[in-house]
Design a protein around this ligand. Structure first.
Ligand SMILES: *[C@@H]1O[C@H](CO)[C@@H](O)[C@H](O)[C@H]1NC(C)=O
Length: 155
């Protein structure tokens, strides 16, 4: 038994070394597209039915909570929840905008596990991690809640 424990302890550093030192991001050809607060942008995602959805909105818009009364959609397009959720900084990107808008209209929860917005969440992970380095930092707007007047188109 002692020998087995010793073997496991010996292998631990090797497991740690198995984590690649080069980020997977480059291999997956992911990309970060910055957006400017106040600009018009088109959110796109694929829903749980496999349809392509799109919605045109304003970066940094404040939709408040979703129609179920939950969530924080106070700074749409910011990587991180609302205007103040944990993040590396106040970074606004295309993928974070798409994920926020998808989440708002689908009452999404659970991040990557959400059936409608999980893929959009996955696409936004590199934006969340690299947005500051990629120069996507913006000043948060401080706009009052204004609900969207249209809904996404899914085909
Ligand atoms: C979101 O939740 C609200 C309130 O329960 C409900 O009326 C609405 O249909 C839900 N939207 C979606 C896309 O599930």
């Amino acid at each position: 038994m002692i020998a087995n424990v010793s073997t496991i302890l010996t292998l631990l550093p090797l497991l740690a070394m198995a984590i690649p030192s080069t980020p997977e991001i480059a291999i997956k050809k992911r990309s970060v597209t910055c957006l400017n607060v106040g600009a018009t942008a088109t959110a796109t995602w694929t829903n749980s039915a496999g349809q392509s959805c799109s919605f045109v909105g304003v970066v940094g818009s404040n939709y408040g909570t979703n129609s179920a009364g939950s969530g924080d959609y106070s700074c749409n397009g910011r990587c991180g929840t609302g205007c103040s959720g944990t993040a590396a900084g106040n970074v606004y990107t295309q993928d974070c905008f798409s994920h926020d808008i998808c989440s708002y209209f689908n009452n999404a929860s659970g991040g990557a596990s959400d059936p409608n917005c999980g893929a959009a969440y996955d696409d936004a992970v590199d934006d969340y991690l690299l947005g500051v380095v990629d120069g996507c930092s913006q000043t948060n707007p401080s706009s009052a809640v204004s609900k969207p007047t249209s809904t996404p188109v899914c085909t």
